[in-house]
Design a protein around this ligand. Structure first.
Ligand code: TXA
Ligand code: MG
Length: 329
């Protein structure tokens, strides 16, 4: 057997034994467990320090597997056809007899489903032959992992096995939409730009109302947060700031990194969490108080980048954890 085959076999056994495997996806690394095993799913919440009211995404090989667990109305099939495998999560009505742990849905009647594109994630799902529940593989509220070393630093021995797929190509989490009959509502901007989904549908997405009761419990205003304070839309950083640049907003300093000197939002998304991890470490080591961030245009993946930066900058207080527009994380 090649090394890759041996590793997938070992990861499969770990999942079937109720263990936790960090798996690379094209968006971020996920902390995966058997979605039908209550105890294994409970271990995910425990390892992350995640509140149990915040539901998880299940990962499937494709639309056929998704249909076993949830209702896919025609518009959901259309989106799955166009964007799966890929960085789109669909929130759908659970089947009454759905075999997925209720912990995954945090007691909701809906379930979030995604078919990842990454070949390692696909290989693992196919070998296990059941859906994998997987949130991002980091401690709850901290910066998301886009490299195996981020998982190791954040979760340490709380994870049984880390599959090394190198850096994630997309770099921000999936876009989440809720599909209710023919209404499609954007819950979280992410790796598939809103514009692409709207083009596929032929009309605008509905936007989640913040006045509505919280049906997506993961609406945490503070998330993706480094230890260092973040300041947004800074065009002229102070000399004692760490600086996250973009395009022409740049700074010649060892304490500055540019997400994309060419101003390419895709390149910026792929670098975002890695650079936040790095600048956070630099700032902590040097006693700097602030990571200043350059303005980033909202087009394409810019919406997801701005969403993550806004949450990284939000005060870490539980009372403020609800109600930012654009939904859950
Ligand atoms: O790209 C991604 O989506 C990554 C990779 C690993 O797939 N996963 C990820 O999972 O970002 P997580 O747990 O960090 O974020 C999932 C979000 C949470 O904010 C949760 O509230 C929301 O999905 N969610 C899950 N089930 C839901 C449901 N039934 N209704 C509304 N929101 C839901
Ligand atoms: Mg997360």
């Amino acid at each position: 057997m090649t090394e890759a085959v041996t590793t997938i076999a070992k990861a499969t056994q770990t999942i079937l034994d109720g263990g936790l495997v960090a798996m690379p996806t094209e968006t971020v690394y996920g902390l995966a467990a058997d979605a039908s095993n209550d105890r294994a799913v409970a271990r995910i919440f425990d390892a992350k320090g995640r509140p149990q009211f915040n539901p998880l995404i299940i990962h499937v090989s494709g639309a056929e597997m998704a249909c076993r667990y949830a209702e896919l109305p025609p518009v959901a099939k259309k989106l799955a056809d166009q964007f799966w495998p890929g960085a789109l999560t669909l929130v759908l009505a659970r089947h009454d007899n759905c075999a997925i742990s209720h912990l995954v849905s945090a007691g909701l009647k809906t379930i979030a489903i995604r078919a990842p594109k990454h070949h390692i994630a696909q290989a693992l799902i196919k070998a296990v032959d059941r859906p994998l529940a997987a949130p991002s593989a980091n401690r709850s509220g901290s910066i998301s992992p886009t490299r195996p070393e981020h998982v190791r630093e954040s979760l340490g021995s709380r994870v049984d096995l880390i599959l090394d797929g190198g850096p994630c190509s997309v770099g921000v989490e999936s876009t989440i939409v809720k599909v209710d009959h023919d209404t499609v509502t954007l819950l979280r901007p992410g790796g598939i730009p809103r514009e692409d989904i709207e083009q596929c549908l032929g009309h605008a997405l509905a936007t989640a109302s913040t006045a509505a009761p919280i049906e997506a419990p993961g609406m945490l205003a503070s998330h993706y947060a480094p230890n260092t304070q973040i300041r947004l839309n800074v065009t002229k950083p102070e000399s004692d700031d760490a600086f996250l640049g973009f395009g022409n907003y740049t700074m010649d300093s060892p304490n500055a990194l540019n997400l994309s000197p060419d101003g390419d939002p895709q390149e910026a998304a792929a670098n975002l969490f890695h650079y936040l991890h790095k600048l956070d470490t630099i700032a902590q080591l040097q006693g700097m108080t602030t990571i200043a961030c350059a303005p980033i245009p909202m087009e394409g993946l810019g919406a997801a980048i701005n969403d993550r930066l806004r949450r990284a900058a939000a005060p870490k207080r539980v009372s403020e954890h609800y109600g930012l527009p654009n939904g859950p994380h």
